[in-house]
Design a protein around this ligand. Structure first.
Ligand code: NAD
Ligand code: G3P
Length: 414
């Protein structure tokens, strides 16, 4: 449990300059409600001076949520959560969102524009996030008071972010990762939820699904799964925090299965993009995708899970819920950014690099599939399994220019 010093406790009611946008625009009734409730609540922090100058006992029984990340999906996650914290009495209304600060072409800072307009004008333009979302450019300040941390940045930045957060978060914090990807170290692969748990010493659930952020932003229906390890109550709390009528969330006791499906899906999405970009026609596409999805990829997926479970040193006693994870598999057929950039890569005959295409086509958003293909390749090579996984292997070799894009059609024909 965190004991707030007087400065932190003051922040409960009157946030410092950088987080004042919500309070400027939105004096929510819960402010006075919180004050009156303060007499009767179970967990009391030391007394503190409020913005009204009164000394009161500060209640600390409500959960505080911070979203670490503010890209395309990060912004949608903040919107979903913010709509729920306003409705759920067990959460404080305010949702802090850490923004990796950048200066926009207008010369303004992104975090300031988000707080002024209530929109992430760069990564999710045109969508109001909710006035209770407060953009915070200082990472430590963003997480300091939160007991529920939502991690949603491109996976390659997570190791650096975690190292900056060591000893900076509440001891009772719970985490959830919405991040698809893994880190490959000398000791072997490490899923992002494990990285969070190991570096920060906190429990970490995951949330994954066939979820294109832009579609959920405009409230088109989709669903997702929360993968949890032991604590079902925490999983249910995350489910409540994310669920809306258009975003259906359920819980499943299988962190690795859910996380691996989301992660490996991005590699298969690259393969799908190659087939599209080659304009091989519907017959070829159907053959490749259906052969891949129902036989090769599913085979690859399942084999990969079994093998990676082994590599990750997970015991699979809970039983890997293949269906829970595989629901993401059909998604790569329609796909998002990974499919789109791989399509362009193949159309250009592999002559323009993914870095170049990413910068041009995604305007600051990040591809995960290309680096994940490299990471998976490293794991497979280390194990001597490259031949067992021709799809994953071929995708990586095309991405780095060792094979031409046409190899995606040829690898299963020999
Ligand atoms: N966008 C989607 O539709 C979607 C859906 C489901 C899951 N995901 C997953 O969510 C994760 C985050 O994706 P996203 O779409 O929110 O992000 P994004 O692709 O929009 O990434 C851009 C973000 O990265 C930040 N960034 C750039 N350089 C950085 C640095 N050096 N350090 C820290 N941050 C930096 C940018 O400020 C921006 O917030 C990924 O793992 C992705 O696979 C995305
Ligand atoms: O746009 P992509 O290809 O990064 O995919 C986004 C999500 O992973 C979809 O679930």
């Amino acid at each position: 449990m965190t004991h707030f010093g007087s400065h932190e406790a003051t922040c409960l009611f009157s946030p410092p300059q950088s987080t004042s946008a919500f309070h400027h625009h939105h004096h929510h009734p819960s402010l006075s409600l919180s004050l009156s409730l303060s007499l009767s609540l179970f967990r009391m922090a030391p007394s503190a001076e409020t913005e009204y100058g009164d000394n009161v006992e500060v209640p600390d029984n409500k959960s505080r949520v911070t979203v670490v990340g503010s890209g395309n999906w990060g912004s949608v996650a903040a919107k979903l959560i913010a709509s729920n914290t306003l409705k759920l009495s067990s959460f404080h209304d305010e949702v802090r969102m850490w923004v990796f600060e950048e200066v926009l072409p207008s010369g303004e800072k992104l975090s300031e524009v988000i707080n002024q307009t209530n929109e992430n004008v760069k990564y999710l333009p045109g969508i109001k996030l909710g006035r209770n979302v407060v953009a915070v450019p200082d990472l430590e300040h963003a997480v300091r008071d939160a007991n529920m941390l939502v991690f949603v940045t491109p996976h390659q930045f997570m190791e650096g972010i975690c190292s900056r957060l060591v000893k900076k978060i509440r001891e009772d914090a719970e985490a959830i990762s919405l991040i698809k990807g893994m880190e490959v170290k000398m000791e072997g692969p490490c899923m992002i939820s494990t990285l969070i748990t190991e570096q920060l010493g906190i429990n970490c659930c995951v949330l994954m699904g066939a979820n294109i952020a832009n579609e959920i932003a405009v409230e088109k229906f989709s669903e997702a799964t929360v993968g949890y390890r032991e604590n079902k109550e925490i999983a249910e709390k995350w489910v409540r925090l994310f669920s809306t009528p258009y975003f259906m969330v359920s819980a499943c006791q299988d962190v690795e299965g859910v996380e691996l499906c989301g992660t490996l899906k991005n590699v298969v999405a690259i393969a799908a993009g190659f087939v599209d970009g080659l304009e091989m026609g519907n017959n070829t596409k159907a053959r490749q995708l259906f052969l891949d999805t129902t036989m090769l990829s599913t085979f690859n997926f399942c084999l990969a899970f079994d093998c990676l479970y082994d590599v990750l040193g997970c015991n699979n006693e809970n039983g890997f819920k293949r269906n829970e994870g595989l629901f993401q598999a059909p998604f790569f057929i329609v796909g998002g950014r990974n499919r789109k950039c791989a399509d362009a890569f193949a159309r250009n005959g592999g002559k323009r690099s993914f870095d170049e295409l990413e910068a041009e086509m995604l305007q600051g958003q990040k591809l995960q599939g290309v680096s994940t293909a490299k990471e998976v390749y490293e794991v497979l090579r280390h194990r001597g399994w490259l031949e067992l996984f021709p799809l994953f292997t071929t995708v990586h070799e095309i991405c780095i220019g060792r094979l031409p894009p046409t190899a995606i059609v040829e690898y299963s024909q020999s």
